[in-house]
Design a protein around this ligand. Structure first.
Ligand code: FAD
Ligand code: GLY
Length: 387
């Protein structure tokens, strides 16, 4: 497929990551982004690489994929930083999930038992042991789970580096250029329609994040079931550059809502996030900021005095089952790489490697086979059969 023209809709970390891999392999790649590349969910994220902290018992395929992507991270970072000379803030100190009230500790114990049953690398700590690792934690922290292998990256730096690496390899990027329609003729995608007219391509990859279901031209049954899930976020400035080393995540049985705190090497402390099903609304609200600050101060009281330097919201691309949609579709030459929901930064390397391999070889690997769009039609077939 090396000489064929590949067109990618969406210049977030997913589109740019795939584009970089393909351009490196010598493919002719063009990305269209309706705004500025890397400024969608990829910019809004916290950059946690947390397969363990985000593990759910009913998402074992996703856990496997997430772990595979995490394993690829060190090599991915080395390669991207070497190629661009742009550091991307990868940090491997790990994550502490903490419980404050006695009820939180019960919920944490439940999560820990599950993580242990799944063979994940977790360690149970008393509150005192947790404070030995992070002295700024509240004296009320009763228990913690240490996930040494849940790391972090600065997602904004990563998106910028990916754009640079992609263009350096000859990839073409059209920003402020909206794809209005995917053009399908005789069962094959032949290109897209932008405001500048028809752009032909041999392969089209849909990687438009939470907007992936909004582009016209697709048959009803093939519109990817992706919805926006709002997250409100804020950043504080750590005096002296550091107050925490590990990522901190709270478990809350009651009130306030669970939060995470992500210390960046540039002295920012990222606090997130709300999870709101409000369509494409991106308002930052008093309630959202209040809840975040309440949860964060409860976990690390010393942040009360820190300057609040930035607030923002972003839209996670959540699929119907919250797992990504990856691979071929019933339309020839139309590939999906979307729906990465809460873990798109974590899943960028595996998505980029596997989708580019699919384009170059035509073969779907076992790694991404469980994430094909057809799982949704299989699920509805099952319901029909049950009825
Ligand atoms: P996006 O980054 O949204 O990119 C999609 C791009 O498509 C956009 O640039 C958009 O302009 C473009 N586009 C849309 N429609 C069109 C069109 N018609 N034509 C052309 N271009 C179009 N993940 C983690 O792994 N760890 C985290 O800690 C984490 N925290 C998060 C916190 C928040 C608050 C949010 C919102 C997300 C978080 N995520 C996290 C999830 C992660 O950010 C996303 O899963 C990931 O960024 C998705 O990347 P993407 O490239 O698919 O989407
Ligand atoms: N993964 C963190 C978030 O989506 O808020």
């Amino acid at each position: 497929m090396q000489n064929e023209k590949v067109l990618i809709i969406g210049g977030g970390v997913i589109g740019l990551g795939i584009g970089w891999q393909l351009a490196k392999a010598g493919a002719d790649v063009t990305i269209y982004d309706r705004g500025q590349a890397g400024r969608g969910a990829s910019w809004a994220a916290a950059g946690m690489l947390g397969p363990i902290a985000e593990a759910h018992i009913d998402e074992l395929d996703l856990l496997k994929l997430s772990n595979q992507s995490l394993e690829r991270y060190p090599e991915w970072v080395d390669e991207l930083e070497a190629e661009t000379e742009m550091p991307i803030g990868y940090r491997a100190e790990g994550t502490l999930i903490i419980g404050i009230e006695p009820d939180d500790a019960i919920q944490l114990r439940h999560a820990y038992d599950l993580q242990q049953n799944l063979g994940l690398n977790v360690e149970w700590l008393s509150g005192e042991e947790a404070r030995e690792i992070e002295g700024a934690l509240s004296p009320y922290v009763t228990a913690a789970v240490r996930c040494e292998t849940d790391h972090q990256v600065d997602n904004r730096l990563m998106a910028q580096a990916l754009q640079h690496a992609y263009q350096r390899r000859g990839g073409v990027l059209h920003q402020n250029s909206t794809v209005e329609k995917i053009v399908i003729e005789n069962g094959s995608a032949t290109g897209v329609q932008t405001e500048d007219g028809f752009q032909g391509a041999d392969v089209c990859i849909l990687a438009a994040g939470c907007w992936s279901g909004q582009i016209s031209g697709l048959p009803e049954t093939l519109i990817p079931p992706v919805r926006p899930v709002k997250g409100q976020m804020l950043a504080l400035r750590m005096r002296g550059g550091t107050i925490l080393k590990n990522v901190i995540r709270t478990v809350k049985a009651r009130y306030p809502m669970p939060v995470y705190l992500v210390p960046r090497s540039d002295g920012r402390l990222i606090v997130g996030a709300t999870t709101e099903e409000l369509g494409f609304d991106t308002d930052l609200t008093v309630g959202g900021v209040y809840e975040l600050l309440h949860g964060a101060c409860e976990a690390v009281p010393g942040i009360y005095e820190l300057p609040l330097i930035e607030t923002w919201t972003g839209l996670r691309p959540g699929s119907s089952d919250n797992a990504p949609i990856l691979g071929k579709t019933p339309v020839n030459n139309l590939i999906y790489a979307t729906g990465h929901y809460r873990n798109g930064i974590l899943l960028t390397p595996i998505t980029a490697y596997e989708i580019s391999k699919l384009i170059l070889t035509g073969e779907t690997s076992e790694t991404i086979a469980p994430f094909n769009l057809d799982r949704f039609s299989k699920a509805s077939d099952l319901h029909t059969a049950d009825a």
